[in-house]
Design a protein around this ligand. Structure first.
Ligand SMILES: *[C@@H]1O[C@H](CO)[C@@H](O)[C@H](O)[C@H]1NC(C)=O
Ligand SMILES: *[C@@H]1O[C@H](CO)[C@@H](O)[C@H](O)[C@H]1NC(C)=O
Ligand SMILES: *[C@@H]1O[C@H](CO)[C@@H](O)[C@H](O)[C@H]1NC(C)=O
Ligand SMILES: *[C@@H]1O[C@H](CO)[C@@H](O)[C@H](O)[C@H]1NC(C)=O
Ligand SMILES: *[C@@H]1O[C@H](CO)[C@@H](O)[C@H](O)[C@H]1NC(C)=O
Ligand SMILES: *[C@@H]1O[C@H](CO)[C@@H](O)[C@H](O)[C@H]1NC(C)=O
Ligand SMILES: *[C@@H]1O[C@H](CO)[C@@H](O)[C@H](O)[C@H]1NC(C)=O
Ligand SMILES: *[C@@H]1O[C@H](CO)[C@@H](O)[C@H](O)[C@H]1NC(C)=O
Ligand SMILES: *[C@@H]1O[C@H](CO)[C@@H](O)[C@H](O)[C@H]1NC(C)=O
Ligand SMILES: *[C@@H]1O[C@H](CO)[C@@H](O)[C@H](O)[C@H]1NC(C)=O
Ligand SMILES: *[C@@H]1O[C@H](CO)[C@@H](O)[C@H](O)[C@H]1NC(C)=O
Ligand SMILES: *[C@@H]1O[C@H](CO)[C@@H](O)[C@H](O)[C@H]1NC(C)=O
Length: 382
């Protein structure tokens, strides 16, 4: 009797312990290994039940770890450990931990339920593994601001659910992948809203194949690379575009007139390239508020009529071969910053009486002879 009561008590007790320890044993093993090898983990990573005792940054569903979010916690490690064995992870965010100096292993492909992979602003290095292309559920991929090298894996073109692709601020080189034979390309990412590839070492052309009318892109950010060739006319087929940044590359030839088909563009950056032909005619792009075409090799031109677009707040045309007089009707109340330095503008500057009191104008290195104003002088003029 006494024995069976004690047995019963043991069984009940074990049951309670089993019920209390809700974390799946293999997920527990992964987190325990991380706990013993990473530094600066959250102080409540104690005990043996991450799910049951709500370790910071961990969320679980049915005993399985589904979220690992250690963004901005200051954790330090030289390898990501066995995170790829947390096979039910849906959300992985290790962003803003400079002390994570790791490679991203091919085994990341085991995280087949992952919808969000954010490793922004750490010290990841080495290549982006091409196995990343098998994470078919990914919607958000942020690997920006690390030290990744090598090419953009063409397999990323497999991630057709991706809405956010940010690979900016790395050391990536090679071409922007487009589909060619069995090789995949980024033009397949028709649900993507963001292509951010700036501040890398990407080279070669921006293929016309990269853009199509199925796409829903709002931001195409490719500045500060080594891209060459011409701007593809197909960019105008993406009617959703709001920001186009192609500045500080080695793009040449004419700006395609089709760019004006992208009527929702607010910000257009084409500066610091080798663009030539006539200054692009942006008439019809009525949403533009920021335009920078500085430092290109356009044909000599008078002030084009689109400079009068009432939506413009900032217009930067430093060193763009402009000549003749500045028409007074291009000064309207929305215009805040006008840079027309290093051109061949002449005559009398008349800014009319509709200009904003916040207006900043730089006309240095031109041949302007005189200045008139219809109301009191009230702006910054260089
Ligand atoms: C994880 O759980 C916390 C509360 O415990 C909640 O605030 C957070 O939104 C959850 N995160 C995810 C991605 O489910
Ligand atoms: C995770 O993946 C498995 C197998 O692919 C699937 O059965 C399960 O429904 C997925 N879970 C979620 C929450 O998507
Ligand atoms: C990169 O991340 C660091 C913090 O880790 C931050 O200070 C820096 O501003 C970031 N750089 C860019 C370009 O986002
Ligand atoms: C693309 O995704 C499919 C699953 O939909 C997978 O079978 C295939 O291996 C992936 N291809 C690449 C190149 O990653
Ligand atoms: C893609 O996203 C849609 C909508 O969020 C979802 O219904 C679908 O299951 C996702 N596909 C994959 C392969 O994850
Ligand atoms: C497609 O691949 C072939 C063989 O690798 C190559 O010669 C060709 O230049 C590629 N075309 C494009 C548009 O990249
Ligand atoms: C464009 O860049 C690629 C790769 O760096 C190079 O091979 C090619 O010669 C360049 N083309 C031109 C016209 O400069
Ligand atoms: C350029 O735009 C015209 C219509 O405005 C269209 O017919 C043509 O196909 C476009 N070209 C490209 C390469 O998208
Ligand atoms: C513009 O640049 C292209 C490519 O560099 C060149 O072939 C063409 O002659 C140039 N056109 C003008 C008008 O300078
Ligand atoms: C034009 O190029 C010069 C040097 O080449 C640079 O100092 C200047 O900032 C550039 N202007 C713009 C607006 O990018
Ligand atoms: C301004 O420059 C244009 C074109 O170079 C020239 O035709 C015109 O005579 C000049 N006007 C003045 C007032 O110098
Ligand atoms: C500048 O314009 C003012 C007023 O229009 C005029 O009185 C003056 O003579 C002009 N100066 C020159 C150098 O043309």
């Amino acid at each position: 009797m006494g024995l069976s009561i004690r047995l019963l008590a043991m069984i009940v007790c074990c049951r309670i312990m089993v019920i209390a320890a809700v974390t799946d044993p293999s997920d527990l093993a992964v987190l325990t290994a991380i706990r013993s090898s990473w530094q600066n983990l959250p102080p409540n990573w104690r005990g043996s039940d991450p799910c049951g005792s709500n370790w910071d940054g961990i969320n679980c569903t049915n005993s399985r770890v589904t979220t690992l979010n250690l963004a901005g916690t200051g954790v330090r490690t030289n390898e990501i450990g066995d995170i790829p064995s947390l096979t039910m992870l849906q959300y992985l965010d290790l962003s803003n931990n400079r002390g994570i100096k790791a490679n991203l292993p091919q085994s990341i492909q085991q995280l087949h339920n992952l919808t969000t992979l954010m490793l922004v602003g750490c010290s990841f290095r080495g290549q982006i593994p091409d196995s990343i292309g098998s994470l078919k559920k990914l919607g958000f991929l942020g690997l920006n601001n690390n030290s990744f090298t090598g090419p953009i894996p063409p397999t990323i073109g497999n991630l057709t659910n991706l809405t956010w692709l940010d690979l900016s601020d790395n050391q990536l080189s090679g071409l922007i992948p487009i589909t060619n034979g069995t090789t995949l390309g980024l033009e397949r990412l028709v649900n993507a809203r963001h292509f951010h590839l700036a501040n890398n070492k990407l080279s070669g052309p921006i293929s016309s194949q990269l853009f199509n009318s199925e796409m829903k892109l709002i931001h195409v950010i490719l500045n500060n690379n080594q891209l060459n060739g011409t701007i593809p006319a197909s960019i105008g087929t993406v009617g959703t575009l709001e920001v186009i940044r192609l500045d500080s590359n080695s793009l040449r030839g004419r700006v395609p007139q089709n760019i004006t088909n992208a009527k929702n563009v607010n910000e257009l950056y084409l500066s610091n390239n080798n663009l030539n032909g006539s200054v692009p005619n942006l008439v019809g792009m009525d949403s533009l508020f920021y335009v920078d075409m500085s430092n290109n090799s356009f044909d000599t031109s008078d002030i084009p009529s689109w400079f009068r677009l009432e939506s413009l707040t900032t217009l930067l045309m430093d060193k763009t071969q402009l000549q003749g007089e500045i028409p007074s009707d291009m000064f309207h109340p929305q215009l805040e910053r006008l840079v027309l330095s290093n051109n061949d503008l002449n005559g009398t500057l008349d800014i009319g009486n509709r200009y904003s009191s916040d207006l900043i104008v730089d006309l240095s290195n031109n041949s302007i002879a005189n200045f008139t104003q219809e109301s009191g002088y009230n702006m910054s003029l260089k």
